[in-house]
Design a protein around this ligand. Structure first.
Ligand code: NAI
Ligand code: MG
Length: 348
């Protein structure tokens, strides 16, 4: 029996995770689900944002389903020393799982073009996979300090770190349209020079059937929303990938439509890309689609159950058509939308 650890977290995390768990129970009734604490709530209950009990539970997990962590901008959590803040719990979790590749699909499903603010001819058929490096770069390694009126962080990558995430991107491209765009800022950053060299070398050595091109991050920021059809797989480092994927959420129409899978050495981590949305937390109006679609990715990548994954994706698309949530200009609340997904799964 597969074991899934759920970590609902803070803000709207528990609301969207409850919806996702209801769908998971429906499509995979045989799985064991074990809930644990992470983030600000975990700090309050256990004195740390990634408590030992949570860490221990990961050891025999087959996959992890995460909600969101973090408080509002004026939350007292943001005044804690950095290692005790909610976001540190998330960074520690990713590191503990060794999941170095964060897969963020950006898809406009047929019949849902109207949810996109882009012109229908631009939105139609968009199917991009952003592969973001998740365990290195400026968020993690190296020196960091703030002192008086000076502060610095260090962006650092090694060849093995670049190669393992690029390998995942090329592997994914082989099952798709066979095109990878590597995104960097090689005209000004040394780290990007290494990144570009190593990605190209891996392609030349191992993936000659995949078409690879290199683009600068600033130009991609413009092109991804003005001509999204040009992209198949995008691979990039941690910070660039974080920003580009929030930007790309504009294409399907909301952050609430962006699921993710983080894969690597251990069990996979599946989570919506949005944050804890303190402005709407507790109101029952969060869009749970990204969390539910993350269950789809969990079924596909974590449990190798692609039929069940397809059933979830199809049900979400049907629910979005009939009961769009408020972030998409509709009126459905979290519960109504979740009910619509569950009902759609029963409809043949
Ligand atoms: P956010 O993603 O939480 O919210 C941005 C905007 O999108 C807000 O207006 C929010 O209401 C809306 N939104 C987000 N998800 C939604 C959903 N499912 N349905 C409807 N509307 C939705 O980003 P923000 O405000 O910058 O960050 C809030 C907190 O979340 C911070 O503490 C931040 O550190 C944390 N955060 C956590 C992440 C995680 O757990 N993986 C990722 C990003 C931010
Ligand atoms: Mg982000």
């Amino acid at each position: 029996m597969p074991k899934i650890v759920t970590l609902p977290g803070d803000g709207i995390g528990p609301e969207v995770t409850a919806a996702a768990v209801a769908v998971l129970r429906e499509v995979a009734p045989d799985v064991t689900i074990e809930e644990h604490a992470i983030g600000g709530g975990a700090y309050e209950a256990h004195g740390e944002p990634f408590p030992a009990a949570t860490r221990d539970a990961l050891k025999d997990a087959d996959a992890v389903l995460l909600g969101t962590v973090g408080g509002a901008h004026d939350s007292p959590w943001n005044k804690l020393p950095r290692p005790l803040r909610p976001e540190s719990g998330l960074l520690s979790l990713r590191k503990a799982l060794g999941c170095y590749a964060n897969l963020r699909p950006v898809r406009v499903q047929p019949g849902l073009e109207h949810l996109s603010p882009l012109k229908p001819e631009l939105a139609r058929g968009v199917d991009i996979l952003i592969v973001r490096e998740l365990l290195g770069g400026i968020y993690f390694d190296g020196d960091r300090k703030i002192e008086g009126d000076t502060a610095y962080n260090t962006m650092r990558y090694t060849t093995p770190e670049v190669e393992r995430v690029a390998d995942m991107a090329f592997w994914a491209a082989e099952q798709r349209k066979g095109r990878v765009t590597s995104v960097d800022k090689a005209n000004v950053l040394e780290v990007s020079e290494l990144w570009r060299r190593d990605v190209q070398a891996l392609r030349d050595r191992k993936y000659r059937g995949v078409h690879l091109n290199h683009e600068y991050v600033d130009s991609v920021a413009m092109l991804i929303v003005s001509d999204p059809g040009r992209y198949d797989v995008i691979v990039t480092e941690n910070l660039f990938g974080d920003i580009l994927s929030d930007l790309a959420a504009v294409i399907p129409g909301s952050l609430g439509l962006m699921p993710s899978a983080s894969l690597g050495d251990g069990p996979g981590l599946f989570e919506p890309i949005h944050g804890s949305a303190p402005d709407i937390a507790g109101k029952g109006i969060a869009n749970p689609a990204a969390a539910i679609m993350s269950v789809g990715m969990l079924l596909r990548h974590g449990l190798s159950r692609s039929d069940a994954a397809n059933a979830v994706d199809r049900a979400v698309a049907l629910a979005l058509r009939a009961h769009p949530t408020r972030d998409l200009g509709g009126t459905a609340d979290t519960q109504t939308f979740t009910r619509a997904v569950l009902d759609a799964m029963e409809t043949p």
